[in-house]
Design a protein around this ligand. Structure first.
Ligand code: LLP
Length: 430
């Protein structure tokens, strides 16, 4: 199987960033998320370099929803990253990590009054998703005696090749304002005393393994920019949304790079803005492609059994990685302590959750397995821990970060008392 540079097989074991996964599983226990900080930084720099080489005013905003660990946000903040935040919680994380408020964008299709108030207070730009929200934000800004800069989220009505649950710019999607209604929305914003419209935002979907949909979206965006410019709006930024999909199927999926993205999208962007006579910043908001392949989820085989097929029952399930159950997502799996052994047997790798859909991988050729073996689930860094739960009252596992030859916890594992920590005893039960 093709592996990215930070993963390697040595002496029969899987290594990540020079660290033996089997030794990490022994030291920290399983299940365990292990992330290479170096890889995340490398991917961020790849975006900055590819875009920056073609256009001087570029901002890369990390989509914090993909993996909200402060250690990762901090590493990215130190390199000048901003963030797409989708909740007060994500805003809190981004600020705590040291990201500059001017490099943050508060997105969301259903912001709470509290979200709007916090964005105003912290002077964070907001992507507005409806006229109702626009007027609520205007009122919140007025109450605080401030002016809030906004963009609108464009729904470009684009069909994209990805799972329907993560296509976000379909005409029928819940996100954004139909592209034909966008000029009217900006007109409305110009009438709001405490709102300053300065940007344009879109997001067409995630895990897209084709550059063309991004090119189409860019065309829509610069077309709208032209209308807005002729209305007298001065656009400070155009945000083209999330990043590329990643090759979850290592041997058959296409490998798209930020360079491929920039080479196709930036010329369309430049031609469009030159036609308007403007020079806004170009923003992108990658999540998955920055963090997905940086991380493996290590899980131990509890038992194996042959029923109608061969099962390896492991200690991580959709409580820790919901993507296979939720989107029928494919993740490569490797027997981390038998990585050199002949894959002879088809195994379905199942988690400890009381649901038939709790399968991490279905019918994969692996070496003969036994209780105690360590399975590494690859590409688990995006929407992995971030979407975890305590379902079946299983404490969430720890997360380990590696930089160079340094290894440290970036989140401790939860304990059984963390399960009950937020529960209250109703007075009549005292
Ligand atoms: N910006 C906005 C406004 C978004 O809604 C998203 C993702 C991103 C940026 C980042 O997109 P990316 O570069 O990661 O494709 N949980 C799903 C993915 C949901 C993505 C939702 N929005 C999964 O595990 O596949």
């Amino acid at each position: 199987m093709k592996l990215p540079r930070h993963l390697a097989i040595q002496n029969g074991h899987l290594y990540i960033n020079g660290q033996d996964c089997v030794a990490l599983a022994e030291k920290y226990g399983t299940p365990l998320y292990v992330t290479s900080e170096d890889r995340v930084v490398e991917q961020f720099e790849n975006y900055k370099k590819a875009l920056g080489a073609r256009y001087p005013k570029v901002q890369v905003l990390y989509a914090a929803k993909a993996n909200g660990n402060l250690a990762l946000l901090r590493a990215l903040a130190q390199r000048g990253a901003g963030a797409d935040v989708f909740s007060s919680g994500e805003l809190h994380l981004a600020l705590d990590a040291g990201m500059e408020p001017g490099r943050l964008l508060f997105n969301g299709s259903s912001k709470t009054p509290g979200d709007l108030k916090l964005a105003v207070e912290k002077s964070i730009r907001v992507t507005v998703d409806s006229l109702d929200e626009l007027h609520q934000l205007d009122a919140a800004a007025k109450a605080a005696g401030k002016t809030t800069e906004i963009s609108f989220r464009v729904n470009p009505a684009l069909t994209v090749p990805t799972h329907p649950k993560i296509a976000t710019g379909l005409a029928t999607s819940k996100f954004g304002i139909p592209h034909k209604d966008i000029p009217g929305a900006y007109r409305e914003a110009l009438g709001c005393k405490n709102i300053m419209p300065v940007g344009l935002h879109c997001h067409i979907g995630s895990q897209i393994l084709d550059i063309e949909p991004f090119a189409r979206a860019t065309e829509v965006m610069v077309r709208i920019a032209k209308d807005l410019t002729s209305m007298g709006i001065q656009l400070k930024f155009i945000d083209l949304g999330g990043g590329l999909g990643i090759p979850y199927r290592h041997d058959t999926d296409p490998y798209l790079t930020p360079e491929d993205y920039a080479a196709r999208v930036v010329p369309i962007f430049k031609e469009g803005i030159e036609a308007c006579g403007i020079t806004p910043e170009l923003w992108v908001e990658p999540g998955r492609s920055l963090v997905a392949d940086s991380t493996v989820l290590l899980t131990r085989v509890n038992s194996v059994k042959s029923a109608h097929k061969r099962f390896a029952n492991v200690d991580a399930g959709f409580n820790l990685l919901i993507r296979p159950a939720m989107y029928d997502a494919y993740h490569e799996v490797i027997a981390a302590n038998k990585a050199d052994s002949e894959p002879t047997t088809d195994y379905t790798v199942t988690g400890p959750i009381c649901e038939s859909g709790d399968l991490l991988a279905t019918e994969r050729k692996l070496p003969e397995l036994a209780a105690g073996d360590i399975i590494a689930v690859l590409d688990a860094g995006a929407y992995g821990f971030a979407m975890s739960s305590q379902y079946n009252s299983r404490p969430r596992c720890p997360e380990v970060l590696i930089r160079g030859s340094d290894v440290a916890l970036m989140r401790r594992g939860e304990t059984l008392s963390d399960i009950t920590a937020t529960m209250e005893r109703p007075p009549w039960q005292k």
